[in-house]
Write a protein that binds this ligand. Structure first.
Ligand SMILES: CC(C)(COP(=O)(O)OP(=O)(O)OC[C@H]1O[C@@H](n2cnc3c(N)ncnc32)[C@H](O)[C@@H]1OP(=O)(O)O)[C@@H](O)C(=O)NCCC(=O)NCCS
Length: 182
């Protein structure tokens, strides 16, 4: 079933729905697990959902309706990153795979200058890490203690990417991790 992305207006028509989405869901693998309305209002005010680096979308499913939120980040840098958050009722159903494939398709089709697309997640976000691997993304980094955890020891941040040429050919190329041995 088709996935589409509806660009949202964080300071106008979608402001209340965005605050509602972010505050009624838990995000156990994000730095802020349960944002408060004031947190989201501050992010909206500073352009975190739409400015030269960021753009945000609702994720719409052909049968299920609105199932989540997507933000593209670092858009002025050339190699965008993303933040993907399914609404709680739509997690744990394998929809992330379909969505991530559609996100890569959206980025490569609408941004011709982008040749690599990146994503990072916390090491214990197994659902997201499996979704990356099943979508043909390649693990490129394991930033040890790179993810701050409130009240706990930092965890690793794991980085994945997909190249335009792999997306176009439907293959997954990799690289030699230990290319230099001393
Ligand atoms: C992360 C997210 C996109 C994953 O999408 P999803 O459709 O919910 O993924 P699923 O829960 O179906 O999990 C995918 C696979 O990982 C497996 N999995 C999930 N948690 C697991 C765990 N703790 N241990 C082992 N396997 C696990 C699932 O069983 C599934 O495999 P299967 O299809 O073989 O059963 C979604 O859960 C989400 O939006 N979560 C909240 C926000 C978030 O963490 N976003 C990531 C930021 S980059």
């Amino acid at each position: 079933m088709s996935i589409t992305f509806t660009r949202l207006d964080p300071v106008g028509a979608d402001r209340d729905a965005l605050i509602d989405f972010m505050t009624r869901n838990d995000f156990p693998f994000h730095v802020r697990h349960h944002p408060q309305a004031a947190d989201i209002e501050a992010l909206i005010s500073r352009g975190a959902y739409r400015d030269e680096d960021n753009d945000s979308f609702w994720i719409d499913h052909g049968e299920l309706g609105r199932i989540g939120f997507l933000r593209l980040e670092d858009l002025s840098e050339g190699d965008p990153l993303f933040d993907l958050r399914l609404d709680a009722p739509f997690r744990g159903r394998g929809l992330g795979l379909q969505v991530l494939r559609a996100v890569a398709e959206h980025v490569f089709r609408t941004m011709p200058s982008v040749h690599r697309f990146e994503g990072q997640t916390r090491e214990d976000n197994i659902a997201m890490r499996k979704t990356f691997l099943r979508s043909g993304w390649v693990k490129e980094a394991h930033y040890r203690e790179g993810w701050p955890v409130d009240g706990g020891a930092p965890l690793a941040s794991v980085a994945y990417s997909i190249l335009r040429r792999d997306w176009e050919s439907g293959t997954t190329t990799t690289f030699v991790w230990d290319d230099l041995v001393v």
